[in-house]
Write a protein that binds this ligand. Sequence first.
Ligand code: SF4
Ligand code: SF4
Ligand code: SF4
Length: 309
Amino acid sequence: MELNRRVFLKCIGAAGAGVAGAATDSTAVHAWESRAPADPLGCLVDLNRCIGCRKCEQACQTVNKLPQPEQPFDDLTVLDKKRRPDERAYTVVNRYYPGRRDERDQLVPTFVKVQCMHCQDPACASACIVGALTKKENGAVYYDISKCIGCRYCMVACPFEIPAYEYHNPVTPRVMKCTFCYERVENEGKLPGCVGICPVEAMTFGRRSNLLKIAKKRIESDPGSYVNHVYGEHEAGGTSWLYISGVPFDRVGFIQVPHRPLTELAETIQSSLFSYLWSPIVLFGMLGGIMRAFGSRSDRDINDKGEES
Ligand code: SF4
Ligand code: SF4
Ligand code: SF4
């Protein structure tokens, strides 16, 4: 029997809720508490505006002194293949053909910029046993290499498959992911590199609460052009990066994740059921692995002709 992703994610949520219910009956259990900042900075990406120019990738590489890519940034043939952020690139843009056609019956692409979502309650930080990853008040999930011991638990825990590792660097390998241009924003008062360069203002930077208002206003004022969903408002408990789109998110590579933070699910299970059996990494690995297995189907569902497979 095929297990529908949505049903399955509900099951995860229900399991978590059941465990949470059990937890309330146990005096030995600690209630989970969100550590999310009240109104951090964030970034709203409007997929209806993005033209897939890759200038955000180039700005990110410059600002963060990342290596030059194998193919130059003006080579748009890289869009022919789906890419993920890695140890050489904190952000990548992918192209999808989700089935929309223009007046000449040509398929219309949708471009999707991918980077760390800077989760409100980040699973990567919760899994890190030495506190090398922390959610900052300004919204960034910040990496401190001086604390990192290279265990790579963060990579297993992340539901969005973001952190990469410098395996090629045997002396001082780092976990690599978007920094939300933390120093540039915090100390220099500048926009993140990718936001500042975008020629069509596909990204809006600001307080998360304002971005949600802007997102909902755009959807309400033009409901024919947007699906009624702000991705990141609730996913994984909420994220600092938010997206609006003219096509359903599961048709353009977005991973379906539970709305409750993974940290809550994992810590609730760990603290309520046989706590000696569960280490955070086992739980995050289990939850993350299950979600990846189901979420990864979204990339395979739509081929480049806009057909569902
Ligand atoms: S710079 Fe802006 S328009 Fe160009 S790919 Fe990035 S988000 Fe899209
Ligand atoms: S997307 Fe992944 S790496 Fe980024 S904050 Fe969330 S859990 Fe951490
Ligand atoms: S916020 Fe900074 S680090 Fe993150 S993708 Fe944009 S330019 Fe790169």
